[in-house]
Design a binder for this molecule. Sequence first.
Ligand code: MRU
Length: 352
Amino acid sequence: MSESQSKFETLRWRDGRLEMIDQRALPAAVHYLPFDSAAAVADGIRSMVVRGAPAIGCAAAYGVALEAQRLQRKLPAEFSAGMEAGLAVLATSRPTAVNLFWALARMRSAWQTFSGSTPAQIAQMLLAEAQAIHAADIEANRRMGQHGAALLTDGARVLTHCNAGALATAGHGTALGVIRSAVEAGKKVSVFANETRPFLQGARLTAWELAQDNIPVTLIADNAAGFLMSRGEIDAVVVGADRIAANGDVANKIGTYPVAVLAQRHRIPFYVAAPLSTIDAAIANGADIPIEERGADEIRGYGAMRWAPDGVAVRNPVFDITPAELVTGLITEKGVVPAPDAGKLRKLLEKN
Ligand code: MRU
């Protein structure tokens, strides 16, 4: 299915404002929320209306464009101060996905390029820049899909963790983009989706998204993956990433690391699909990647339901680090990097 045929859009520009599908409501309800300022978009990112590294980056880019639009009638000094405040509030919305900071840096540099123009002209140019980031993300995912699809055999049963699909990007997806592209190429591929405690991105989002495209999906409890691997029921693992360190260590949704360890134990290839914007060359290894910790109530229950004693101590780190040595291949828009390491990633980034 091509993006133009996609049944939903994660983000869209409508009537001079940003609309985002409310991912907290899925799959029970499909509705869009409007956003008209950087602060509102930052709130949408923090509260998980939008999530997934590339989608967060796109949303932040639109947040900057919206702020410029909101301030376009101000005098240049007031406009600049307001823009700085908008960039700052977006930068504190979530800490781990580097695509957020990548998108903000790109928007800042576009703003600087046009700094001699009027606020109204800058606002127009920043909207065009956000739309370019949006379109480039879909294009990168399609390329990643083509490269990655070649790695999946006809009939492959693929395990994925969290949601690295169209909902986590501007469209098509990274890990799910690889699966979509394999299906488009005529391969029969079926998916095991880890439910992904505690926020249930696998159960609520991956299962919904794949069902929209009629791609066979079977939902499993996170702790069932090892059993299925031991029975020979999983042929490959494909996941996304929130930040990849210069040495190839991968930060992704909590629970990815144990899946990678299990895959190695069972000699199952473990692939990471991510655009170059997810590689953070400034961070030497995974130990230095900031890991978000979210609220205790995400562990004590879900929604209004509580199943743990009130006040029980909780840790809720929501990402973990998979060492590069467990990664069979990194699938990017520029091709597949087998067994990624510092040297290979440096070369990959130098070429681009
Ligand atoms: O907390 P989330 O839902 O934003 O976490 C998302 C993930 O961990 C995804 O796997 C990752 O961002 C890759 S999305 C293409």
